[in-house]
Design a protein around this ligand. Structure first.
Ligand code: NAP
Length: 316
């Protein structure tokens, strides 16, 4: 086991944990929960037969099925790890299998919409503690997951008013055990913060890579050949899962549009500074942005290595 995760627990935090959707995030939770002994039994549920078969081959869960009602039966903790757009459908489908006292959580990148979709389907006696691990890569599927994905990353909990405090504490303990730092905030605030730190940057990356692909005066070959000039870093983000990101934009519409409005204004100012040769304005902005990058590195959210600081040896 990677040393920085620490030793497995003597006693599990939960008896039975069901993960629905065994892609990058679900399979990383399964790997971490297994390595750290966070659940006596880990159950994997996925709509795809192929994913269920792969989970069995990888041996990252004790049970694996496509049957969502059977999969959540007797679970103490159920975590939805599916694209944001299907959370309501999955909640409705699993409803009859949930036992009283069960905690339902999720990992969706958007929170207000997921709460609105899921909460109406949960029976009395079931708590809902929405969560968003701010950790990921551009890869998807059960092979993409790894045991240290959440280590030293933030996980944001957005419990709606009136959520059982004990349930929130248990979900917090689960994420902290996987090495995450946990913060609690409202779903609305989460969606605004993530719009500028994650959603709009992804939109910019999708846009710039799309624009480059459509250029007529520069060949595709040249775009690829000279990509190390900055474009390459955008292509990593623009390779992220199309289903996941389509859902993020459709389900965080207001906050993304608000931030895009601000961005458009600021880009107009930059264009003006370039047109009129206002070098001081450009220099001041670039100095401020460099300080932000240094702040991210010193807070441990990134390493200073030039190639995005990704550590591949941690894959497990
Ligand atoms: P992923 O790798 O594509 O995995 C999603 C899995 O869910 C796939 O196996 C998919 O099967 C399955 N699935 C889809 N619809 C389903 C349904 N109705 N019932 C059961 N299983 C279903 O995606 P991911 O990156 O792990 O993302 C999962 C969630 O985590 C999303 O809500 C995303 O917003 C959130 N998140 C992602 C990241 C990131 O960087 N990737 C970071 C933080 C949070 P098929 O492949 O057959 O569709």
């Amino acid at each position: 086991m990677p040393e920085r995760l620490g030793p497995p627990r003597d006693t599990p935090l939960f008896e039975r944990v069901t993960l629905i959707g065994l892609g990058l995030i679900g399979s990383s939770i399964a790997r971490a929960a297994r390595h750290l002994n966070l659940a006596r039994t880990i159950v994997a549920v996925d709509a795809s037969e192929a994913v269920v078969e792969r989970v069995k081959e990888l041996g990252i869960a004790d049970e694996a099925t496509t049957d969502v009602v059977a999969g959540v039966r007797d679970a103490d903790l159920v975590i939805l790890c599916v694209p944001v757009g299907v959370c309501g459908t999955v909640a409705e489908a699993m409803r009859s299998g949930l036992k009283p006292g069960c905690i339902v959580s999720d990992v969706g990148s958007v929170k207000a919409s997921v709460i609105a979709q899921v909460q109406p389907h949960l029976p009395e006696g079931v708590s809902f503690v929405p969560a968003h691990p701010v950790a990921g890569t551009e890869h998807s599927g059960p092979d993409a997951g790894f045991v240290t994905l959440f280590h030293n990353r933030w996980c944001i909990l957005t419990p709606p008013d009136g959520t059982d405090e004990a349930a929130v504490a248990r979900v917090r303990a689960f994420w902290e055990a996987m090495g995450s730092n946990v913060e609690v905030m409202s779903a609305q605030h989460h969606d605004l913060v993530l719009a500028i730190t994650s959603h709009v940057p992804h939109l910019i990356a999708y846009n710039i890579v799309g624009t480059a692909a459509d250029l007529e005066t520069v060949t595709q070959g040249e775009v690829i050949k000279f990509s190390a000039g900055g474009f390459r870093d955008f292509t990593r983000i623009a390779a992220s899962d199309p289903t996941m990101w389509r859902d993020v934009f459709l389900h965080n519409r207001e906050a993304v549009l608000e931030m895009l409005g601000r961005l458009n204004e600021d880009i107009a100012l930059l264009a003006r500074a370039i047109r009129w040769g206002e070098g001081d304005k450009l220099f001041d902005l670039f100095t401020r942005t460099r300080a932000i990058r240094r702040g991210i590195i010193s807070s441990g959210q990134e390493t200073p290595e030039p190639d995005f600081g990704r550590r591949r040896e941690d894959k497990a």
